[in-house]
Design a protein around this ligand. Structure first.
Ligand SMILES: [Zn+2]
Length: 131
């Protein structure tokens, strides 16, 4: 029995975000990438968070900061509110989501409109407007 996926899809991790994070499958849509990044935050998969960030933004990331952030939050639930483009035939896309988090023990609703771009054929997170 596989554990449920942290992205709260109700699908087992091995058949949801697991293969993306393990690198055995590539997410075909911006939404799937977004879900897998939520799971990566939940599981502290810092390498995956870095490699799925657009090249131009990667330099701003600090591995230790990301790892600390992952340790200090609990990803409670993810709800996709809206999306534009981001499909197999697109080069850009947006996903708006509500992420229920627990930050240092306090419940927090993180609302973000994320922008995604395709680089080297793969979806990557560019940036986002929060709350
Ligand atoms: Zn998932």
């Amino acid at each position: 029995m596989s554990r449920p996926c942290p992205c709260t899809s109700k699908v087992p991790y091995d058949r949801c975000c697991g293969p993306f994070i393990a690198g055995t499958k590539v997410p075909e849509s911006a939404e799937l990438l977004m879900r897998s990044r939520f799971s990566a935050y939940a599981l502290g998969k810092v390498d995956y968070l870095i490699e799925t960030t657009a090249e131009a933004e990667r330099g701003a990331l600090d591995r230790e900061d990301l790892a600390t952030y992952c340790r200090n939050i609990r990803c409670v639930a993810l709800k996709i509110i809206a999306r534009t483009a981001g499909g197999p035939g697109d080069e850009t896309g947006t996903v708006k989501f509500h992420a229920s988090l627990q930050v240092n023990g306090k419940r927090q609703l993180h609302v973000e409109l994320s922008r995604f771009v395709r680089e080297e054929g793969r979806w990557r997170y560019l940036d986002g407007d929060t709350n």
